[in-house]
Design a protein around this ligand. Sequence first.
Ligand SMILES: [Zn+2]
Length: 417
Amino acid sequence: MARENYWLKSINEHLAYLRKNSWYYKDQLVWAGPEASELAELADIRNFPFTEKDDIASRNEDFLCVPMEKVRDIVTTSGTLGGSVAIFLTEKDLQRLGVNEAGSYRLAGCSSADTFQLLTTIDKRFMAGLAYFLGSNELGARMIRSGPGALQLQWESIQRFEPTVLVAVPSFIPRLIKFALDNGIDPNKSSVKKIICIGESVRDEKLQPNYLAKQITDKWNIQLFSTYASTEMATAFTECQAGNGVHLQPELMFLEVLNDEDEQVKDGESGEVVVTPLGVEGTPVLRFRTGDICHYYDEPCSCGRNTPRLGPVVGRKQQMIKLKGTSLYPNAIVDELNSMKQVVNFVIELHSDDLGLDEVVIKALLQGENAQTNVLDHLSGKLRVKPRLILATNEEINRIKFDDNERKPRILVDLRS
Ligand SMILES: [Zn+2]
């Protein structure tokens, strides 16, 4: 069946399921009017309402489509209104999650011959760690759940069980390398050949290895694979060996990438990622607006697959800032600061000034001569903006970065009203 026909059939089944089982979508689909009954062609999807993260947060229980006794796992993700949003998974959803992550592993060229080491949290109500575990099980491969941190345990596991693939947050890897080198271990002689990177991209906007990737591969001859996913999606995009963006798994999700007028962008353009995960039973969503801005590619990939791909997240839709007539996403500033040796530590705050205009304040710990001037010159050269730069101590920066209520450090804090 052609891919378009598959999507058409699957989305219509999805809509029928929502009408029957979702308190939230029963209302939404009635209000959307008669055009929003069925899709005759894929383009008709535009007649259907979007789902925002706030919608799920404010009516969380109404998104649950099954009686609680069918729920097997409950995960949460941070909400935009404070507090967290719950996603309920049934037995079928757990199977789907495994199929999805097995597909991710295959995209990265992995097979049942591989042994994986999971350097990320599998508990704390997270979905990702569980998904990668279910995926290796589905693939018929082995998994060592070493978890985050614990440098000694990581290397002991690598030397003892000889994993071929790590699943990890990439910014942890330089610490892993340093520990090895400090303790007389040569990472290049280890069994590990690949790292599947979660939570952060290892590519820049042009799909070239970014500063973090180079920091890793300068010392460790290893293949890095970017991924992109969120809890609401319950589906992962993963890079193939060609590294031309992360591939959609078309049997599991329908993808739209929309411009400011909510129209699908063309190959190479960027827009907001909007997803409709298919075959989800517990907490299904329709046209979920991720708020993530990515480049979209639909030319066939050199790996032979012709599935749509996404570049790294270049920004969050809500975080777009306008500075003296220049629009940019703060992630661009993060990338530049990460690439500068004179910047030891930093956090970026977004404020609005007295006139309601956006203001970017970088609080940074710098080192070396003329650091402040060099950093500002570098930013104005690369991004054509000169943000405010306030020198701060490590403690001051980390107090902002590591908020107790957040599970991940915050590099970007949006304080705009
Ligand atoms: Zn490919």
